[in-house]
Design a protein around this ligand. Structure first.
Ligand code: FAD
Length: 303
C-alpha cells in the first residue's frame, strides 16, 4: 500500500487544514496556530470553505494572508454550493491572481452543513467531478478531492462512490484526502478497492485529533465515520477532565498514524480545528521537529 518513498527524519509528510475565523479573537487564535505549526514544514496548509459559500471572503482573506506573511503553500477549499459556474469561475480567477495554485475541490453540503440535503443549481457545477473539470479548464492547478473510506453517506454503495472518485481523477484530480476515520483496517480495505478500480493518485488519510470526544462523535454520526468501542472506552469518564482528555487524544491519534506508517503510508492530512497545541504534540510524538522548511516569513528573515 506504499504511496511515496519514506522520507528522512520522522519519515512523515503532513498537511494541515484550518477553518477561516469569524471574529478577531478567532483570527488571533488561527494565526497563533499557523505560526506554531508552520515550523514543522507542512507540504501545504488548506483553508475550508463554509457551507453555501458563507466564508467565501474569509477563506480568501486567510489564504491571501498566508501567501503574504508566510512561506507556506496554501490550498483553497472550494465548493459548488449555491453558486453559478460564472460565480465559481470568478472566485477561481481571483485566487489565481493572488497566486493560489492548489485547490481542494468539493461539491459541498446543503445549507444546513454536513448531512444537509444538497441541491445542485441549474447554472452551477453539479458536483466535484464537474468542478475539477472547470478548474483544469482554467489552469493546470494541483487539485485535491475528497474520498470516503466508509463511503459517502449519500452513496448507495462503494462501487458508485469509487466511480465518482475515478471520474474526479479522470478530470484531473491529483490527490484524494479522506474523510476522517478511526479504523485503519477500513482505510486499508478502501485503498485496495480504489486501486482495483484503476485509481493510482495518492489517497492521503485525513486525521482528526479528538479534542472533544462528544463533538467528534456527533460529527462522525453525520459523516458516517464509525467510532470503534475501544475508542469510546479510552475517553470514558473524561467528560469533565479536559487536561487528561487532551493527553489521551494525543496518544490515540499518534497511535493511529504510527500504525498507518507501519502499513506503508507517509503522507497525512490533519484536521487541526485550529487547535495547534494538540496537533503539535501529536507531531512531536511522531518524531517531527521544528525546522526551517516553511517558517513564517518573519521568522525565516530573522533566522
Ligand atoms: P462529490 O465527489 O461530488 O460527491 C460525493 C458523493 O455524492 C459521491 O460519492 C456520490 O455518492 C454522490 N454523488 C454525487 N454526484 C452523484 C451522481 N451524479 N450520481 C451518483 N452519486 C452522486 N465541505 C464544505 O462545505 N467545505 C469544505 O471546505 C470542505 N472540505 C472538505 C475536505 C475534505 C478533505 C473532505 C473529505 C470533505 C470536505 N467537505 C467540505 C465536505 C464535503 O463537501 C461533503 O462531504 C459533501 O457531501 C461531498 O463533497 P464531495 O466533494 O465529496 O462531493
Amino acid at each position: 500500500m506504499s504511496q511515496t518513498p519514506p522520507l528522512a527524519g520522522s519519515g512523515l509528510r503532513v498537511s494541515f487544514e484550518f477553518f477561516p475565523p469569524k471574529t478577531e479573537k478567532m483570527e488571533e487564535n488561527l494565526w497563533r496556530s499557523i505560526e506554531r505549526l508552520a515550523p514543522l514544514g507542512p507540504s501545504f496548509v488548506s483553508v475550508t470553505y463554509g457551507a453555501g459559500g458563507s466564508t467565501r471572503e474569509r477563506t480568501h482573506q486567510t489564504i491571501e494572508r498566508i501567501l503574504k506573511e508566510t512561506t507556506l503553500t496554501p490550498a483553497a477549499h472550494l465548493t459548488c454550493v449555491d453558486a453559478s459556474r460564472e460565480e465559481v469561475d470568478e472566485v477561481v480567477r481571483q485566487y489565481w491572481e493572488t497566486g493560489v495554485r492548489h485547490f481542494v475541490a468539493l461539491r459541498g453540503d446543503g445549507q444546513n452543513g454536513v448531512g444537509g440535503k444538497y441541491v445542485p443549481r441549474e447554472d452551477g457545477y453539479r458536483n466535484a467531478v464537474e468542478l475539477v473539470a472547470g478548474l483544469k479548464a482554467f489552469a493546470d492547478f494541483e487539485i485535491s478531492v475528497a474520498a470516503y473510506p466508509e463511503k459517502h453517506p449519500e452513496s448507495p454503495d462503494f462501487a458508485t462512490d469509487i466511480d465518482l472518485l475515478k471520474r474526479k481523477v479522470d478530470n484531473g484530480a491529483t490527490r484524494a484526502i479522506t474523510q476522517f476515520f478511526f479504523d485503519n483496517d477500513v482505510f486499508e480495505r478502501y485503498v485496495e478497492r480504489v486501486r482495483r478500480a484503476g485509481i493510482y493518485i495518492p489517497i492521503v488519510p485525513g486525521i482528526v485529533p479528538i479534542h472533544d470526544f462528544v463533538k467528534v462523535a456527533r460529527f462522525s454520526n453525520a459523516t458516517g465515520a464509525k467510532i470503534p468501542s475501544w475508542l469510546a472506552e479510552r475517553f470514558d469518564g473524561l467528560e469533565e477532565d479536559p487536561q487528561t482528555r487532551s493527553h489521551v487524544a494525543a496518544a490515540v491519534c499518534a497511535e493511529q498514524v504510527l500504525d498507518l506508517q507501519k502499513r506503508g503510508l507517509s503522507d497525512f492530512h490533519f484536521y487541526t480545528m485550529n487547535r495547534a497545541d494538540l496537533v503539535y504534540s501529536i507531531c512531536h510524538i511522531l518524531g517531527m521537529r521544528a525546522g526551517t522548511a516553511a517558517a513564517p516569513k518573519s521568522e525565516a528573515a530573522a533566522a
